[in-house]
Ligand binder design. Structure first.
Ligand code: FES
Length: 173
């Protein structure tokens, strides 16, 4: 895992919003860390991809009633990352330590952004960058150039097929 505090405390694009529909789960890797992204129906969450029970990948699990369920023994975690149900002991409250490490995630400009640390700056400074990314969706050559400028999340994003916004389809050669 990357230890650079500047990178850890910065926001990184990890996926397009459309890649994570309500009720779905995604595995992503950011700065050497495995993440599970899931959509609880209301919002997107980004967690460490590690079940606190026996270490299974939570990204192999599924969403059920606004919880993420581990596919191994069926522990269910609420949106705060706390285990609220252990099927083997349904009448007992799970221990407080049965919780998943959570990360901050934002949905802006149709992109999902994750910070693994403590964000030191507002997203505002990235506005112009995101505008450029929107442009790059229309021009795949430029996206490769931008990929050199930003961190790992964007590399994956720029590898996607370019998408031309409807409003610009007639004006772009
Ligand atoms: S490893 Fe996840 S529930 Fe056991």
């Amino acid at each position: 895992m990357v230890q650079d505090q500047i990178l850890l405390n910065d926001w990184h694009v990890i996926a397009r919003s459309q890649d994570l529909q309500p009720g779905t789960v995604l595995h992503k890797r950011l700065l050497g860390s495995d993440l599970v992204l899931w959509h609880n129906g209301d919002k997107v969450l980004a967690w460490q991809d590690l079940c606190p029970h026996r270490g299974a990948r939570l990204s192999l699990g599924y969403v059920n009633k606004q919880t993420l369920v581990c596919s191994y023994h069926g522990l269910a975690f609420n949106s705060e990352g706390k285990c609220i149900l252990a099927p083997a002991n349904p009448d007992q409250s799970p221990p407080a330590r049965a919780c998943v490490k959570t990360y901050q995630v934002l949905e802006r400009y149709d992109l999902l952004w994750v910070c693994l640390g403590t964000p030191k700056q507002d997203m505002g400074f990235l506005f112009c960058v995101v505008g450029a990314i929107g442009y790059c969706h229309c021009n795949h050559k430029m996206s490769k150039l931008l990929a050199l400028c930003f961190q790992t999340g964007l590399l994956e994003l720029c590898a996607l097929k370019p998408v031309t916004p409807k409003s610009e389809r007639t004006s772009i050669a």
